[in-house]
Write a protein that binds this ligand. Structure first.
Ligand SMILES: Nc1ncnc2c1ncn2[C@@H]1O[C@H](COP(=O)(O)OP(=O)(O)OP(=O)(O)O)[C@@H](O)[C@H]1O
Length: 228
């Protein structure tokens, strides 16, 4: 199985004259960790949204876990996304009034596959993930998400992405609010947790100092031929 295959993807935002994305080929093996870098506004977040099924793509252009994202529609696409993909985005999309622990468990509520892969005790697995990501204090796990610092919310979002071992984790600048030392520690933990879960990781950042935590780096301007 391949975690991700992007082939001949062309994507235009409505109203835009030029293609934002024109990507001949991008492939991630199972468990592979890839660092994607490139200038602001070049289309990195758009690519992650397309892979995550947030925006529409043509059939055959994007396969996640060997399944064609563009051939799945409506509610089935939402289920497919939760089943196979964990997302950590710049805006963390935590449900503010749920506790940290409840937020981590959300994918197990929406996906039978993720619940089945979270072990006999999903709440215990969620606590272990929070613990390993540096939120070991039980008082923090029971706090509502909006009561947490940005750095703590990033860790909760990472634990939520990892629970139930999805095939692919998409991370879009998840360390933008952290200082240098905290960034490196977070990425190191995320990379280790992905290895533990057997999940591939596609991680977007401007900060090239983080590239050493990954199997390889990809320059978005080389990958994307929209300007060629
Ligand atoms: N929802 C949208 N509707 C229309 N155009 C959009 C939308 N989102 C992004 N774009 C446009 O698509 C282009 C690529 O934006 P995108 O956010 O993917 O870049 P990026 O490389 O992730 O940038 P950054 O590093 O600053 O986050 C930009 O020109 C942007 O204006």
């Amino acid at each position: 199985m391949r975690a991700l295959l992007v082939q001949n993807l062309i994507f235009n935002w409505p109203g835009s004259e030029n293609s934002t994305l024109r990507i001949p080929n991008l492939s991630l093996a199972q468990g592979e960790r890839v660092f994607l870098f490139g200038p602001s506004g070049s289309g990195k977040s758009t690519l992650l949204s397309a892979i995550g099924g947030v925006v529409d793509v043509s059939p055959g252009a994007i396969l996640v876990a060997d399944k064609d994202v563009g051939a799945v529609n409506g509610g089935a696409r939402d289920r497919f996304r939760v089943d196979h993909i964990g997302m950590i985005f710049q805006v963390f999309n935590l449900v503010p009034w749920l506790s940290a622990l409840e937020n981590v468990l959300l994918p197990c509520t929406f996906s039978q596959r993720r619940r089945a892969r979270a072990g006999d005790d999903p709440a215990g697995t969620a606590r272990r993930l929070l613990d390993e990501l540096g939120l070991s204090d039980p008082a923090l796990a029971s706090k509502q998400a909006h009561e947490l610092s940005v750095g703590q919310q990033q860790r909760v979002a990472a634990a939520r992405a990892l629970i139930g071992k999805p095939d692919l984790i998409l991370a879009d600048e998840p360390t933008s609010a952290l200082d240098e030392a905290a960034k490196a520690a977070f990425v190191d933990l995320l990379a280790r947790e992905c290895a533990e879960a057997g999940a591939a990781l596609l991680f977007v950042s401007h900060d090239r100092s983080l590239e050493r935590h990954f199997d390889r780096g990809v320059d978005f301007l080389t990958l994307n031929r929209s300007a060629a």
